[in-house]
Write a new protein. Structure first.
Length: 138
C-alpha cells in the first residue's frame, strides 16, 4: 500500500502564539476535543489582548504631539535615526494635514518611504519608522 504525504506551506506574519496539537487517531479521539477547545479559547483570549493593546497604542499615537513646531519634530525624527531629508518631507506632509501627531508623522513617513527604489533601504527605514510607535507606549 502506498502512503500519500501532503505538504502545506503557510506564511504567517507576526505569529506569537504557536500551538501544535497531535493525537493518534483512535476510536477515542473524541476525548481530545475538550483539550482542543481549551487551546483555541486561550489563543482567542491572547489575540484579543494583543488587539486591545495595539488599539490603545494607535489611539495614543493619534493624540501624541511630537513637538510644538516643524523644527522640533524634525529633531525628534533625526534623533530616532530617520534621515534629515526623509524627516523634512514627512513633516511637510503632516503639517499640510494640520497635525504633527505621532500617528500623522508615521503615516507621512510611510508614504514617503514607498518611493524608495532600494528594498534594503526601504526595509531599514520601515523598521525605524515602526520603532517610533514605542513613543506612544512610554
Amino acid at each position: 500500500m502506498r502512503h500519500l504525504v501532503s505538504h502545506l506551506l503557510y506564511i504567517v506574519w507576526d505569529a506569537t502564539e504557536i500551538v501544535e496539537f497531535t493525537r493518534k487517531h483512535t476510536a477515542r479521539v473524541h476525548e481530545s476535543l475538550a483539550e482542543v477547545r481549551r487551546i483555541i479559547e486561550a489563543l482567542v483570549k491572547r489575540r484579543d489582548e494583543r488587539r486591545d493593546g495595539f488599539v490603545k497604542t494607535i489611539l495614543k499615537a493619534m493624540r501624541t504631539q511630537l513637538g510644538q513646531d516643524v523644527k522640533e519634530v524634525e529633531r525628534v525624527l533625526t534623533k530616532a535615526g530617520i534621515g534629515q531629508s526623509l524627516a523634512r518631507r514627512a513633516v511637510q506632509i503632516a503639517e499640510q494635514k494640520g497635525q504633527l501627531t505621532l500617528f500623522c508623522v508615521i503615516d507621512a513617513l510611510t508614504r514617503v518611504i514607498q518611493e524608495t527604489n532600494n528594498g534594503g533601504d526601504r526595509a531599514e527605514a520601515d523598521q525605524k519608522i515602526g520603532n517610533l510607535l514605542s513613543l506612544a507606549t512610554s
